[in-house]
Design a protein around this ligand. Structure first.
Ligand code: FES
Ligand code: FES
Length: 206
């Protein structure tokens, strides 16, 4: 058998294996629609107990924005990368896009609406206004929620990557602040003004 015979023979066998095409041959079998799994969850948001029935896959962020209409908490990346969705849960800051609502049964959640209101701004909000700590404002609720939590973390002596190796309790240096606020991204680049606002609140509290 020479090379030409081999190629012709191979082509004939492949053609023999080919199946006639039928348009319906690969049509998907109809699948019965499965209703989403829902469950009840109850937690306090800004001091008010809220009871909800939610799809178990719903994030805390979506429950706050879509179910409770607390749209101060922003959705930036929805992937834990920007910090726009930062809220407090039992006094600790978290990215609400990274946690499911059903995981927070009985928790106390604070959003930017619970930090202060336009008529009664919290000191951190006042300082952000005074120092122009924002431009478009989209990241600002998350920045403020983080900033409030940062001061509490330092007061409680919780170390960061910067202060982890120190024997002394963490201090609010600019490096420390930069590290602790690094999860909150500002596309407008208002970082230096944000830092000034936080430092002023920290000084007034000291
Ligand atoms: Fe949650 Fe960006 S929206 S971290
Ligand atoms: Fe625009 Fe921060 S003020 S993203």
């Amino acid at each position: 058998m020479n090379r030409r015979d081999l190629m012709v023979g191979g082509a004939v066998s492949v053609a023999g294996m080919a199946l006639p095409f039928s348009p319906g041959a690969f049509a998907a079998e109809p699948v019965a629609a499965v209703p989403p799994a829902t469950t009840k969850v109850s937690f306090a948001v800004n001091g008010s107990v809220r009871e909800l029935e939610v799809d178990t896959r719903t994030t805390l962020l979506d429950v706050l924005r879509e179910h409770l209409k607390l749209t101060g908490t922003k959705k930036g990346c929805d992937h834990g990368q920007c910090g726009a969705c930062t809220v407090h849960v039992d006094g600790r800051r978290i990215n609400s896009c990274l946690t499911l609502a059903v995981m927070h049964e009985g928790d106390a959640i604070t959003t930017i609406e619970g930090i202060g209101s336009p008529d009664h701004l919290a000191p951190m909000q006042t300082a952000f206004v005074k120092h122009d700590g924002f431009q478009c404002g989209y990241c600002t609720p998350g920045q403020i929620c983080s900033a409030v939590a940062v001061l509490d973390e330092i007061k409680a002596g919780i170390p960061s990557h910067v202060s982890a190796s120190l024997t002394e309790p963490p201090q609010l240096t600019r490096d420390e602040l930069r590290e602790r606020m690094s999860g909150n991204i500002c596309r407008c680049g208002a970082y230096s003004n944000i830092a000034e606002a936080i430092l002023e609140v920290a000084e007034n509290k000291a």
